[in-house]
Design a protein around this ligand. Structure first.
Ligand code: ZN
Length: 139
């Protein structure tokens, strides 16, 4: 079995953002030279997500509105977690909803996506470097 492990670092300038990382992952699949296998991509921070969905800006604005409705950032005093001195309780909750990781099949040397699928890094407490783990295994 072959494997490739890489860590990508993202430093988003805003508190929240969605970053399309599909091309980063595609390059790593090529680098791995694996033809049949699995590709795991996971956020290594508990206030960021990796998820798969449509690369459509309207949908991304809808996510932002929907997540702010579920877990508004302000007022920060509404959250028990923020009594520890942090202000990112909403980011933990948003991460829980958007998920930690994705696993994508590799078929014939390529990510085997469904129609319109793309991979995103979801940042909910940005402005500092955060890592994403990519592990590819197979033959
Ligand atoms: Zn926190």
């Amino acid at each position: 079995m072959k494997s490739l492990t890489e860590y990508l670092t993202f430093k988003v300038k805003t508190r929240r953002a969605f970053v399309n990382i599909t091309s980063d992952i595609t390059k790593l699949v090529s680098k791995s030279k694996i033809k049949e296998g699995l590709c795991l991509v996971n956020a290594m921070h508990i206030t960021a997500s990796v998820f798969i969905n449509d690369n459509e800006s309207g949908l991304h604005r809808d996510y932002e509105k929907w997540l702010e409705g579920l877990a508004p950032h302000e007022p920060t005093e509404q959250y028990d977690h923020n009594k520890t001195g942090e202000d990112n309780a909403d980011a933990h909750l948003k991460r829980q909803v958007m998920g930690r990781e994705v696993v994508i099949a590799i078929t014939d040397g390529k990510l085997d996506f469904g129609p319109w699928e793309a991979i995103f890094y979801g940042e909910f407490d940005g402005r500092r470097p955060k890592r994403v783990l990519v592990k590819i295994i197979g033959e």
